[in-house]
Ligand binder design. Sequence first.
Ligand SMILES: Nc1nc2c([nH]c(=O)n2[C@H]2C[C@H](O)[C@@H](COP(=O)(O)OP(=O)(O)OP(=O)(O)O)O2)c(=O)[nH]1
Length: 348
Amino acid sequence: MPITEADASALDPDTARALAARLAEGGCEAALPLVTDRMILRPPVAEDASVLADLAGAWSVARYTGRIPHPYGLEDAYAWISLEAGLRAEGTAVSLLMTDRTTGTVMGAVGLNWNGSWPAAELGYWIGEPYRGRGLAAEAARAMLTLAFEPLDLAEVFASAQPENTASLWVLDKLGIRPDGRRMRVNAVARGEVWDHERRSIDRAAWEADRAKRARLVLVVAAALVDRDGRVLLTRRPEGKPMAGLWEFPGGKVHEGETPERALIRELHEELGLDVRHACLAPLTFASHAYPDFHLLMPLFVLRSWHGRPTPREGQDIAWVRAARLRDYPMPPADPPLIPALQDLLLV
Ligand SMILES: Nc1nc2c([nH]c(=O)n2[C@H]2C[C@H](O)[C@@H](COP(=O)(O)OP(=O)(O)OP(=O)(O)O)O2)c(=O)[nH]1
């Protein structure tokens, strides 16, 4: 639904209350926090003030954002945290910190604000200097689109970026947030300027089409080969393949007309020169993971007996790894959730 100026900002108190309830943290009815492959996106709290002041205090952050003043100190961070808590509680905006899923480190912030533009929301984000170049802003912004169109049921998300801010333009392009022929004015407090920017937006229909494309299921089958010492065979994705260099369980795509078991027997022969019998394949668990352009569904079988010695036939490195050490090997993002099932099986 295209948003016109006349539709905008008709946010009645009941709608705002409903949106605030969906943003409240706690039960599984609530939308927050958001979990992505590498991050937990959660509201800021007072304890975050000093790290926020450090990260957002850098000119490299302030110069491209509208709302962050420069210099930016501890008091500014406290004020922002309390302002955002108020907006979230009243149901007119949500700002979340990008935190590392493993360490909890705060890396940046991402927000939606529909105060005055409802049912459209403005998307904004910034990322601290040490955490750039890893695609984190796009990952966080994608989660915000899901938040906007699903639990919050908004109709459009819009944004803008300075023409020389190529990293930010790349994020918007990647998410399908495209120029919509309109302009928007941004009050850039750090520079004391008013920018007149190309407005970019994505509406619900475009977001749903993109999501449907990315939901295409790809069935891959893989095996955890376990040797007599209880070690697991990992193979390293060779150069030239997507995710080259990461360690994975041997296997591959299930072809048309194949069962997962037949496909696995074929792949283990092609990749490692092994002969495997169907009866030796024991199902263990599965991975279900949303990659940017497809959804992976991957049953994982355990195999303790085979004919032949694993011999890499596609130039890949191989490693026999103790169950307790599996996390030391960088894996595709679909794989780490498989590790606990293997450790339960193999660690006594
Ligand atoms: N084999 C395997 N693939 C994995 C794992 N984890 C994971 O995300 N994948 C993904 C990577 C790829 O996108 C996809 C497997 O595709 P592939 O390209 O390796 O499969 P294939 O051998 O059939 O390749 P090809 O014929 O298309 O070249 O599954 C894993 O542990 N093992």
